[in-house]
Write a protein that binds this ligand. Sequence first.
Ligand code: AMP
Ligand code: MN
Ligand code: MN
Ligand code: MN
Length: 285
Amino acid sequence: MALLNADLHCHSTVSDGTLDPEALAARAHANGVELWALTDHDEVGGQHRAAAAARALGLPYLCGVEISVTFAGLTVHIVGLGIDPDDPQLLHGLAQTRGGRERRARAMAEQLAAVGIRGAFEGALQYVGNPELISRTHFARYLVETGVCSDTHEVFRRFLTEGKPGFVEHQWAKLGDAVRWIREAGGVAVIAHPARYAHPNPTQEYALFAEFKAHGGQAVEVVTGSHSNAEMVRYADLALEFGLAASRGSDFHSPTESHCDLGALPYLDGRLTPVWELLTDRVLH
Ligand code: AMP
Ligand code: MN
Ligand code: MN
Ligand code: MN
């Protein structure tokens, strides 16, 4: 079961990816993915399309989402796998979570204008597939397109991150709410890309894992596109210490921006419980 090419984290044009759900399904299938989930930010509007496209290809599918959470002043992402994408409480919670994005984007554009970058709100909007889901990624694409930066990673280094122009503090969902929406929609909650959070100290990371588990969270992404080999080992050990299952997902956004393609990941360590063992009855065939 550990030797399964599962890719349980990626983004479509419904959030901040550049491919639509059908093109992602085709790419996952062509790359040899054996179990797939689309996990758009704060939005499940692509789930029925992704599931239908996967079914037509004979690719087993789990419905998914990636919820933005504020935990101890940091933004943390919680992936939900095997959810019912029509669950009313989940839909309501996600709509609330998306709610402040337009206001935030206007404030980001004002800060960018103050450092001489004009028209960023309208510019970012040109890249947005879903008007409720304007994200920093869309601003990054605009800043690359207009020649301010040479790639999206440079944008995040120079702008849009804490302490840099274009960063606007935002209150996302609460950890306990996100985990509850996922669980009550029939899914399993997963801490996404744990190495990407700038916890001020190791105690805060332990607090995240402990509170997540206490709220009913069951898994952590051990293998993900942004983890180094050392980080995969570290989070495999932490998964075992906390009794969490392990997930695997590229976090693919775009053929030109993402360095990790769909399905192009190391297998899970055989000591771990793969998250898909908890989700056998939620897989769509
Ligand atoms: P938002 O939800 O609007 O705060 O945007 C977050 C998204 O920005 C993430 O999901 C990534 O797609 C992207 N992002 C964040 N940090 C970086 C980075 N350092 N390099 C490239 N993309 C990033
Ligand atoms: Mn993203
Ligand atoms: Mn994320
Ligand atoms: Mn993601």
